[in-house]
Ligand binder design. Structure first.
Ligand code: 13P
Ligand code: SF4
Length: 357
């Protein structure tokens, strides 16, 4: 049986209207000037940029051009951990900066905007979550990466969209019962895939929750040759229409490797930058969302991811502002749940490679 947790869902969205991409605001001259300034500052300060696929193409391009990294949240954590840079500049949302700090407490971690948050993180406050866990002490606590450092510190495991099914399957095989937080849709998907006994927190991603199954079905009908790719933070009715369900990296790989030439993509449109590079000849169509209008703040584009851009990147490198700080006690506890995942995925990859040999 799935027990629902009580959830306060009042999100404070960014106050300014968010343009489709921040880069549209910047002219060629300003972009060139900012780019050279950022490149110089990165070198002088032995810094590197780690960016998520949903951030503005400007952030992704400069990360790639300067030896940084663009990826999903699992690989962002891995890269920060392995990098020799003294400063990590994380283009993404708060939990990504915190994860980088937890894994690299000796490094300086900066973010273009400290207000860049996530509805899943906001929807899972530590006090309510602790009370929920305390009511079920017999359960293994598994939390999604999209949570605060404090929530990770209360957890036994942190997982990402690319690793959740494998980890929960492993725990289920060991006979463990699970508390899952915070994404109810991903939780339900994992539960269905693994058959595990899961109590699911009722959080949601404001971006993926808006993909609509009825409209997607109609779009599929008008493009019968298209394959549908869906991020598992989407509602079950949308996931049910997918030809592939996976993390952002998984979705990009699917466009590269699947035989089709046309894809309907149900995730943040920021991913199209890398997808087009990965498969320039393939046709990509955005999955439909409700309320597509001038006031739509989260339709297929995360308003918090959109807070990252070149101007803010240059500003934080110049001033050293927006540094991420996490309490030492929280770091040492949260590190255990994150490290478990990194060890698990490394061992898993080693097993797969050994099997392939
Ligand atoms: P990925 O780990 O798949 O990149 O997902 C992160 C995220 O925030 C999706 O909304
Ligand atoms: Fe959070 Fe959704 Fe934005 Fe990802 S896209 S950071 S899950 S609000």
């Amino acid at each position: 049986m799935t027990t629902s947790a009580v959830l306060n869902r009042s999100y404070e969205l960014p106050k300014e209207a968010i343009p489709q991409t921040v880069s549209e605001e910047i002219g060629v001259e300003e972009r060139d000037a900012l780019t050279s300034k950022i490149k110089q500052l990165l070198k002088e300060q032995n810094s590197t940029i780690v960016a998520h696929y949903y951030t503005d193409p400007d952030c992704q391009i400069i990360a790639d051009e300067t030896g940084g990294y663009v990826s999903d949240s699992l690989d962002m954590a891995r890269f920060g951990h392995d990098s020799d840079a003294e400063t990590l500049v994380v283009c993404g949302v708060k939990f990504m900066g915190e994860t980088a700090k937890i894994l690299n407490p000796e490094k300086r971690v900066l973010m273009p905007d400290l207000e860049a948050n996530c509805s899943l993180d906001i929807g899972c406050p530590i006090d309510d979550f602790t009370a929920f866990c305390d009511e079920h002490p017999d359960r293994e606590v598994v939390v999604y990466a999209n949570t605060s450092a404090a929530v990770k510190a209360r957890a036994d495991w942190m997982v990402t969209s690319g690793s959740a099914v494998e980890v929960v399957k492993h725990l289920h095989d060991e006979g463990k019962k699970i508390i899952w937080a915070p994404d109810k849709y991903l939780g339900q998907y994992v539960k269905e895939q693994t058959g595990a006994d899961m109590l699911i927190w009722q959080g949601a991603c404001i971006v993926h929750e808006e993909f609509k199954a009825k409209e997607l079905e109609a779009l599929k009908d008008s493009h019968p040759d298209a394959k549908v790719l869906v991020h598992p933070e989407s509602p079950a009715s949308v996931v049910g229409l997918a030809d592939y369900v996976g993390s952002t990296t998984g979705i990009i790989n699917a466009v590269k490797t699947m035989k089709a030439n046309k894809f309907i993509v149900a995730t943040d449109r920021g991913i199209f930058h890398k997808m087009k590079l990965a498969a320039p000849d393939k046709e990509l169509i955005e999955a439909p969302t409700a309320g597509r209008s001038a006031t739509c703040i989260s339709c297929a584009h995360c308003p918090w991811m959109a807070m990252n851009g070149l101007r803010k990147l240059a500003h934080v490198l110049e001033t050293g502002t927006n540094e991420i700080h996490v309490d030492e006690d929280v770091i040492s506890k949260a590190r255990v749940s994150i490290q478990r995942l990194l060890d698990f995925t490394r061992d898993k990859t080693a097993t797969i490679l050994a099997g392939d040999a």
